[in-house]
Each structure stands twice: as structure tokens, then as C-alpha cells.
Design a protein around this ligand. Structure first.
Ligand code: WTA
Length: 714
């Protein structure tokens, strides 16, 4: 989208002069607003505009008492925000609470027999299971007793999970929370090696896994990955002493992998001893860590984002109430995997803290056909629906007319995880939502605990492709590379930052506090000696532009992270996995535009001297990535090239190859040490893509800018 006749005044006035890379001029057509339906407004949790004032900067940080008051505290806090050791902020200091108590016990009196979770198995002929708050209470207590007495874990220990989408996952999380044990769930689709690396990083002695689960009609053998994980952890110096294996069908083992004597145990068998055991919830300081969630960053080693108990739980409860509009009587379905932060915050902790019914689904959206989600919504009476653009695109592609066939009605819908194209947004609103729902586009990150940017669903109109303003109590700003504020309506993009701390922000990177400061705070810190939070803006690592109305449009990562189907994959991780193949000398990962997954990965590799390209080597690279990271990271293409374009100091210029893969401008190559290689690579890659009919559509201006900026963090 260039500057058109219909462009907004601000975009037309944007400077045409060449600007620095961080100040890329961005121009697009302003989208029209959509107003929330009157029926939604009439019942919304946040319907009084005064809420904006209550969370205004003049009331910070005390405004967050409103969120903390949604919880039951064993002891209330004396300091709302302690800034004595920046940027290691402490929230609700002096307060004590237990997360499991808040998500379960306190609802028993009023809602004992109400479904806390409704679990939908992937096979359509298998029965849906309801887990009432009473069932959840019993199961969490029993597993907590097992973890404590058989597992020998104590408050503050870490336990790694590698669990798929079954109720045993929230049960395991809440059992740890009950004991004050820190859980670290690794997404079930990740490889055994990725799980082992994370178990080692968090020094876990216990791994909780499952024998098997259904995905796309197939019973996947999952326990096999536990053996790889234990092996990998051992290589990294961490002994996993016990592997606790839940069985998808208790009593029946669905894996081919042998149980290792003295190390592997079936949870359903062990539980016999713990029937009806009750474990007192351990009263934890607000600042005690609740869980770790690993994510990708600019270097190979994954970052264990450490989230707190009090601040985190208050933040997800508050945002679930006002932004997800959850009432206790709703049937809420967040169609994400609990293995990602979205599932932790908005399938488990937020909804259960509010005492609602949270739906979870085991399998893929389009199994056995693209009508599946809408059948589930109809049958269960789901009225709040939450998913990611990649799922929306896939459902639109495979079943554009399907939603109309089913009688469900959503009052509220969410999109999260990556930028959504206005066109896809409109299909979501009109066809999935039948024009009846308020839609929120929520921008945030693993590091943040909960939403950062979104409209308040009853109070602020929606604008396709924009997440909206900062959420309650979040004051964002866009800075250029030199720390100057990029003004709203200037039509210029920059780095989006949050000026203030908030209760959901992660506390540190597990075991790497220096990296925490360096990655998120160093860039825009005004004074390292200062104990004033105003001197410590949080650098989110996303490019963004702010329209004159204050709404933000997120443009994607500014670091070397590729967002595939809403999942952050670090280029360094992909590259180090490729280099484990002995034939490979160098590797570079770049994003290509993909109609369904948003972005896909293409790998460029060069071979050691004397070797020649072969399909076999390509397959080895694909396999290595699958083993080290997981299927989700499998590259769309692998190109074996004679050499990589490099700077004179020897750095691979990813933006050049990204330009080639996307048939876009490669930018200035005159400063390369080997400019002649660019044409060779272009010829190799593009002629094959043309021959295979794999030429992407022309990129929008915004996409061209993303590609041109790729890899600039180097
Ligand atoms: C991107 C997922 C545009 C962004 C909750 C961010 C988004 C990264 C949106 C975090 C959105 C997330 N619009 N981009 N609504 N939501 N992103 O850690 O680049 O898996 O930095 O957290 O996803 O991904 P993560």
C-alpha cells in the first residue's frame, strides 16, 4: 500500500526524505472504525469510561490495586511497587497468596459443581470431558501430594513439563502452584532435545510428560521424546531423576518407548496411594516465582522468562476481566496451546482466577474438516472465542463458508500473536463473529504476562490491523534509534517501548539477570543509577507506528526472530541446528511471506569445501531442525548456496538473502565483501521458484520494509 488518494492526511505529510532504518517511513490506508454492538456494551465488565481515568498515569502504580483486589490474599501487601533495584521491579511487596487457591479453592463454595475446564478430545467420537471445580480440587491435591511425597520437590524447585493439550496439563501446573514449586512447561510440539535443554537450564530433576496424544487423526508417540530430553539434559550436566508419565487412556500405554526402571513411572498407578489426599496451599510471597516460560531471543540460548505469583496473577485476572470480558457464567474458549504464554495466562490462570468455564481442545483446528471449531462452539455454547491470525487464515482458506452453517453466537473475540491483515480481520469479524461480537487485537509477549496493547472492547472502537492504545495502566511510547519520541500521526515507525513497570512483567531471565537488563532495558535507560522507573523504559523489540488517534500498529520484530504461525523462532537457534549437520559450513535463516502462517522460514546453507549439493544434505538439515527444535520450525525451503553474502567484517547479510527469497529489493550491496555472489544466489533461488510456480505476490510497502530491516540487530 503506497500513499494513495485515500491515505490519511498524516501519511501524506510524512517526510519523503530518506530516514534511518529505525525511522522507516510507513504509509498505509487508514482503516475505518467498527463500533462494538450495543448488546455487548450493555453487559460489559468495563462499560464506564471513568475506568480510563482510574488507570491514568497520575494514579500509577496504585491503580493496580484494582487488579490485585480481584484475588484472595492471605496477607495484604504494604508496598505496591518497590523500585529500589531497577529494573528488577517488585509488586505487592509484603503480600502473600497462593495461585492454586485463587484458581480453585475459593470458587468451591459457590461453584463446586460447575465446569472449570471442558476438554474436547480430537477424535470426534470420543466423549468431551468436564472437569468441575470440585474435580479440579481433588485432582490438583492428589498430584500435589504425589509431587511432594514421591517426587521430593520443595517450594522453589523447578519441574519441567512436556505436556500436550490435556486436562493433566492445567492439573500439573496448579499442583506445582499449590506447593510453591516453579513449573516450566515446554510446548508439546517441541522436540525432546529442546525440552532437555530447557530442563537443564532450569535445573529440573523431575520431568512430567504424557505417553501419547492425538494430532490430525494420529496417535502421536510422545513419551519417546522424554528419553531424548533426559539424554540432552544429561549432556548439559543436569540429571533428570524421575519421569512422571500421564497416560492419555489410564491403564493403557500408548507409546512404543520402553519405561526405564527406577526412572519412569505411570502417574495413574502412583496416584492410587494419594487418593483424596489434601495438600494445604503454601502461602507464597507475592514476589515468589510462579513459573518459567522459555522463549527465543537474539542469541541461541533460550530465555526462561520468570513470572511472579502476585503481580502476574493480578495482571491476568484484571486483563481477563476487562479485556476478555469474562464473567463467571461465560463459556470461554481460547484456542491456543497451553504450552505458549497465551495458554498459561488466558486458558488457565486468568479465566480460572475469575471462576469461569475454560474450554480446551486437544487437536488441530481443521480436523477432520474446517467446520470443527464451529461445531465445538455450537455444542458447548461458547460465547467468548480467542485465537491467532494463523488459525483464522487457515480456517478462512479451507472453509470460508463454514461458520454460517453452525448456530453459535460469540459476544467477544480475540486475535493474538502476530499482526493480522485487515482483510483477514474483516472475515473474522463478519463471518466468524457474524457481526455480533466485539473483537480485540491484543499485542503482547511471553515476557509481559498479559496484554500490552488492545482496545477496551465496549469503550473503544475497533480498527482492523491495529491493536489499539496501550491497555489500562500501560503507557507505551515509540522511540527512534536515538531515543527521540516518534510522534503519533507522524507516519513514522520506530521501536515501541513501555515507559512504566506493570504487575505482569517478568522478573528476570532465569539464571541470566545481566541479559535481562541488557536486552530489555539497556537500550533506552536514561540513567543507570536512577531508582526512578521513569528512567527505565522497557524495550519490546517490536517495530510499530502510532496513528493520530493513538492506536498502535505493530509491524513485527526488530531483532532476528521469525514469527511463524504466531511462534517466535530465533534465527540463531535455526542456524545452530543446521550447523550440527557435518556437511554444513554456514547457515542463515530468513523469513518469507506465507499466506497461512504469516511468515515461514527459508534456510540458506553453504557446504564445507569439496562437497557438492544434494537432496540428502537438504533432508539432513530439515531433520536436524526438527530434532533440535521441533516440527513447527521445519523450513519451507532449504537452499544450498556456494557462499553467503557477507560484510567486510564477515557477517552474513540476512536482509540480502531475505530480499532474494521474497523477490524484493536487496538494498545496497556495494559494501559487501563479495557483492558478485548476490546475483548468483538470486539466479539459483528465483529461477527455481519461478519454475515451481512459487513466486510470492508483490509485497506491501510494510512487508518490504520488514524484509529490508531484517537482521539489522546484528
Ligand atoms: C508478535 C505472544 C501484532 C510481536 C503473546 C511480539 C503481535 C511477539 C501481536 C510475541 C498482535 C503478538 N499484533 N504482533 N496482536 N501479538 N505479536 O512471545 O512481534 O510468543 O513481539 O507472545 O508476537 O510473541 P510471544
Amino acid at each position: 500500500m503506497g500513499i494513495g488518494e485515500d491515505g490519511p492526511a498524516s501519511a501524506r505529510e510524512a517526510p519523503e526524505a530518506v530516514v534511518s532504518e529505525a525511522q522507516i517511513a510507513v504509509h498505509w490506508r487508514e482503516e475505518d472504525y467498527y463500533q462494538p454492538p450495543a448488546s455487548f456494551i450493555a453487559q460489559a465488565n468495563a462499560a464506564d469510561p471513568a475506568i480510563r481515568q482510574r488507570f491514568g498515569e497520575e494514579h500509577f502504580p496504585d491503580c493496580f490495586k484494582e487488579y490485585a483486589d480481584l484475588l484472595t490474599w492471605d496477607q495484604s501487601w504494604d508496598t505496591t511497587l518497590d523500585t529500589s533495584d531497577p529494573p528488577f521491579w517488585k509488586w505487592f511487596v509484603g503480600g502473600r497468596l497462593n495461585a492454586s487457591f485463587n484458581c480453585i479453592d475459593r470458587h468451591l463454595e459457590s461453584s463446586r459443581n460447575k465446569a472449570a475446564l471442558i476438554w474436547v478430545p480430537e477424535p470426534e467420537d470420543e466423549e468431551t470431558k468436564e472437569v468441575t471445580y470440585q474435580d479440579l480440587y481433588r485432582r490438583v491435591n492428589e498430584f500435589a501430594a504425589l509431587l511432594r511425597d514421591f517426587g521430593g520437590v520443595k517450594t522453589g524447585d523447578r519441574v519441567t513439563f512436556h505436556l500436550p493439550m490435556l486436562p493433566e496439563l492445567p492439573v500439573s501446573m496448579l499442583a506445582c502452584a499449590r506447593l510453591g514449586v516453579i513449573h516450566s512447561e515446554v510446548f508439546g510440539g517441541f522436540s525432546g532435545a529442546a525440552c532437555g535443554e530447557r530442563a537443564a537450564d532450569s535445573q529440573s530433576r523431575i520431568l512430567v510428560t504424557m505417553d501419547a496424544y492425538y494430532r490430525n487423526g494420529e496417535l502421536i508417540d510422545h513419551k519417546a521424546k522424554a528419553d531424548e530430553a533426559v539424554e540432552k539434559a544429561r549432556e548439559e550436566g543436569q540429571e533428570v531423576e524421575k519421569v512422571l508419565v500421564w497416560r492419555r487412556h489410564p491403564g493403557e500405554y500408548g507409546s512404543q518407548s520402553p519405561m526405564v526402571d527406577g526412572r519412569d513411572f505411570f502417574v495413574d498407578e502412583l496416584l492410587e496411594v494419594y487418593r483424596d489426599k489434601v495438600v494445604e496451599p503454601v502461602s507464597m510471597p507475592a514476589e515468589a516465582p510462579l513459573f518459567l516460560m522459555y522463549t527465543s531471543g537474539t542469541t541461541g540460548r533460550p530465555k526462561g522468562c520468570q513470572h511472579s505469583t502476585g503481580g502476574y496473577l493480578a495482571y491476568v485476572a484484571g486483563t481477563s476481566k476487562y479485556y476478555q470480558d469474562i464473567h463467571p457464567e461465560d463459556t470461554y474458549w481460547c484456542f491456543a496451546d497451553i504450552g505458549w504464554i497465551t495458554g498459561h495466562s488466558y486458558i488457565v490462570y486468568g479465566p480460572l482466577a475469575l471462576g469461569t468455564t475454560s474450554v480446551m481442545y486437544e487437536g488441530v483446528p481443521t480436523y477432520p474438516d474446517a467446520g470443527r471449531p464451529w461445531r465445538i462452539a455450537e455444542r458447548l455454547g461458547v460465547n467468548i472465542f480467542h485465537t491467532a491470525p494463523t488459525t483464522i487464515r487457515m480456517l478462512r482458506k479451507l472453509g470460508p463458508e463454514e461458520p454460517k452453517k453452525y448456530d453459535y453466537h460469540f459476544k467477544h473475540m480475540t486475535t493474538v500473536g502476530e499482526p493480522i491483515e485487515p482483510d483477514v480481520w474483516r472475515w473474522y469479524y463478519e463471518v466468524v463473529g457474524k457481526g455480533e461480537a466485539a473483537v480485540v487485537d491484543t499485542w503482547w509477549q511471553t515476557e509481559n504476562g498479559g496484554f500490552l496493547g488492545s482496545t477496551l472492547p465496549a469503550l473503544e472502537p475497533m480498527k482492523p490491523g491495529s491493536c489499539g492504545p496501550g491497555v489500562l495502566g500501560i503507557y507505551p511510547v515509540i522511540y527512534d534509534e536515538d531515543g527521540n519520541v516518534v510522534k503519533a500521526g507522524s507516519g513514522r515507525a520506530g521501536n515501541i517501548c513501555i515507559r512504566n513497570p506493570w504487575p505482569g512483567i517478568f522478573q528476570t531471565i532465569w539464571g541470566q539477570p545481566e541479559r535481562f537488563v541488557e536486552i530489555y532495558y539497556e537500550k533506552y535507560c536514561r540513567n543507570k543509577e536512577s531508582k526512578d522507573w521513569r528512567d527505565w523504559p522497557y524495550f519490546a523489540g517490536d517495530g510499530a507506528v502510532q496513528a493520530a488517534d493513538g492506536y498502535f500498529r505493530i509491524l513485527g520484530r526488530v531483532d532476528d526472530v521469525i514469527n511463524v504461525a504466531g511462534h517466535r523462532l530465533g534465527t540463531k537457534e535455526l542456524e545452530s541446528a543446521s550447523i550440527t549437520v557435518e556437511e554444513i559450513a554456514e547457515a542463515a535463516a530468513v523469513p518469507v511471506m506465507d499466506e497461512v502462517r504469516g511468515r515461514a522460514v527459508e534456510m540458506y546453507v553453504s557446504l564445507k569445501p569439496g562437497l557438492s549439493p544434494s537432496k540428502e544434505i537438504e533432508q539432513k538439515v530439515a531433520k536436524a531442525i526438527e530434532t533440535e527444535i521441533g516440527k513447527i520450525a521445519r523450513p519451507k525451503r532449504i537452499w544450498i548456496v556456494p557462499d553467503m553474502p557477507k560484510t567486510r567484517s564477515g557477517k552474513i547479510m540476512r536482509r540480502v538473502i531475505a530480499g532474494i527469497s521474497n523477490f524484493a529489493d536487496v538494498g545496497d550491496v556495494t559494501t559487501l565483501a563479495n557483492p558478485e555472489i548476490v546475483d548468483d544466489i538470486r539466479h539459483l533461488v528465483q529461477s527455481e521458484k519461478v519454475a515451481q510456480g512459487d513466486v510470492p505476490r508483490e509485497l506491501t510497502k510494510q512487508e518490504q520494509e520488514e524484509i529490508a530491516a531484517f537482521g539489522r540487530a546484528e
